[in-house]
Design a protein around this ligand. Structure first.
Ligand code: ADP
Ligand code: ADP
Length: 226
């Protein structure tokens, strides 16, 4: 586990769009921060900067005690959950979960342990031999979550992970993800444009507007503010 520290983070895209401006934010160890704001306000850019999928134009980003500005995604000790699941269609659920660990040279026994533990937590143990197309949307989303869990990362990054699910499943999954996050106490940054999702999941909400932080607070603080 680790804190995430953003110190005057800025992102200027080629062509001059200022997508993120002077963002200062300390995410505590084990905390779940939800980033909200209108389309185009910079949520996804900021998340991708933390993931290492976008370069940082200015400022300092730390995960734990390490400055990670120039580290590759794979070296940042984070795992990301995408809205499109990013599962390999030709692989079984087991191999989808195991793939990243195999690539990183983990031993078979350790891979087995981690995959089975994650599958049990997510209640997908009975699907390990299936292919993604043989699963429902909710089950696929659990596998995507499992791919992040098996890494046992210092932090989770969620990029609108529930936006492809129907309304009922979205409500169920946001409760499940939140419970899992609380149980594991893994520092998390979660992007959504869904207000209700944000309110129910966040320890603290961060409202972005035009690339800047407009408000930060617990759901209670922001909700009861006049
Ligand atoms: P959000 O996730 O809140 O919808 P984004 O981070 O996707 O916002 O976008 C923030 C701003 O940066 C927008 O003005 C968007 O058009 C711009 N932007 C996003 N990606 C790129 C890119 N690759 N090149 C140039 N501009 C971009
Ligand atoms: P993992 O890193 O989970 O073991 P991969 O080796 O398949 O999985 O992916 C390598 C990196 O590529 C990931 O860490 C992630 O940053 C990026 N990546 C994977 N899938 C996607 C996607 N659908 N969209 C954007 N980036 C992706």
């Amino acid at each position: 586990m680790a804190s995430i520290t953003m110190d005057n983070l800025c992102k200027v895209y080629i062509g001059g769009v200022k997508a993120v401006s002077d963002v200062n934010l300390d995410i505590a160890d084990g905390e779940m921060i939800v980033l909200v704001g209108p389309s185009g306000c910079g949520k996804s850019t900021l998340l991708r900067m933390v993931a290492g999928l976008e370069t940082i134009s200015d400022g300092t980003l730390k995960i734990g005690d390490r400055v990670v500005n120039n580290l590759e995604p794979a070296d940042r000790d984070i795992a990301m959950v995408f809205q499109n699941y990013a599962l390999y269609p030709h692989m079984t659920v087991f191999n989808n979960l195991a793939y990243g660990l195999k690539n990183r040279g983990f031993k078979k026994a350790e891979i087995d342990r981690r995959v089975r533990e994650a599958a049990q937590m997510l209640e997908i143990g009975q699907f390990l031999d299936r292919k993604p197309r043989q699963l429902s949307g909710g089950q696929r989303q659990r596998v995507a979550m499992g791919r992040a869990l098996v890494r046992e990362p210092a932090a989770f990054l969620f990029d609108e992970p529930l936006s492809n699910l129907d309304a009922k499943l979205r409500v169920q999954m946001r409760v499940e993800i939140r419970q899992l996050q609380k149980r594991l106490r893994t520092t998390s940054l979660y992007v959504t444009h869904d207000q209700l999702e944000a309110l129910t999941m966040a320890d603290r909400l961060v409202v972005l507007n035009a690339g800047r932080i407009e408000q930060v607070g617990t759901p209670m603080e922001l909700y009861s503010r006049p």
